[in-house]
Design a protein around this ligand. Sequence first.
Ligand code: NDP
Length: 297
Amino acid sequence: MNTAFLGLGAIGRPMAARLAAAGHTLVVWNRTRERAEQFARDTGAGVAVAASPAEAARNSDVVFTCFSTSRDVQSVLDGSDGLLAGLARGAVLVDCTSGDPATSKTIADALAARGVGFLDAPVSGGVSGAEKGTLTVMVGGDAAVLQAVRPAIEAFAGKIVHCGPVGAGDAVKAVNQAFLAIHLLAAAEGLVTLVKQGVDPKVALDVINASSGRSNSSMNLIPERVITRAFPKTFRLALLEKDIGIAAELARQNRVPSPVTQLTADLFRVARGELGEVADHVEVVKMVEQWGGAEIT
Ligand code: NDP
């Protein structure tokens, strides 16, 4: 298929590379142009760098976006350089941003008025999943539109799930991210407590990971990134703060009493303020360690 990929950040880069490797024609655009040029150099011949979102969209059947927020996607729609100026009738915008359902619906309506399809298609599985092409893609939008663009999405997906109408993919992603944020904080609090109680955290995890309290945080993130003090930068804490904020807002809109989600959103807002914009999400554990006065090592 003729594809375009806009947003070559931590996860967008390997997703776009999978499209090229699968043999799709690929045009890329990135706000910081040098990153797009570097990507084209790294990926090899056949990848074109567009000067604007409009240019990237022209002649593309499927345009992928993967920005920080839905608002960022909205910001590249209008104007002579914007996506709407380049997208042809019958083309489809597949937005892989972990976005918010309301903004996705607004974007979908603007595109529908031009005969352009829209899917919200956030992903999970991290940078390593993107590199291996094993991402889980949760899709909101028309099932027939998904069917048409499925071959392109398959370039980076291990699992594609149609979740419902536009916004459903974003909603499922936000709740998944809320689980991640809650599990991470809960595991950090529990393990700092055990360290201060004199228990080796590796011994504690050996038990917990064979017991009902286990989670991705206890099984993977804490052993690989906290105990080792490696804290690799793969997914910014600022983005998880955005995600849990979307989940908290969704719960409020649906009038679901959600004290755990709301408090976690507040704690991640504090963490973002304390740790800054480039910190990785797992570094929230450092805040809990500092408050508790012990490291999980
Ligand atoms: P990064 O911060 O690494 O990259 C963000 C990308 O968005 C960059 O290409 C940036 O351009 C671009 N961008 C941001 N704002 C704008 C804007 N206003 N206009 C145009 N481009 C913009 O983020 P990630 O790649 O990590 O994440 C992207 C999305 O994927 C997020 O929604 C995130 O929540 C989600 N996600 C990330 C995962 C991960 O493991 N990293 C896992 C699953 C989902 P520039 O280069 O110019 O800054």
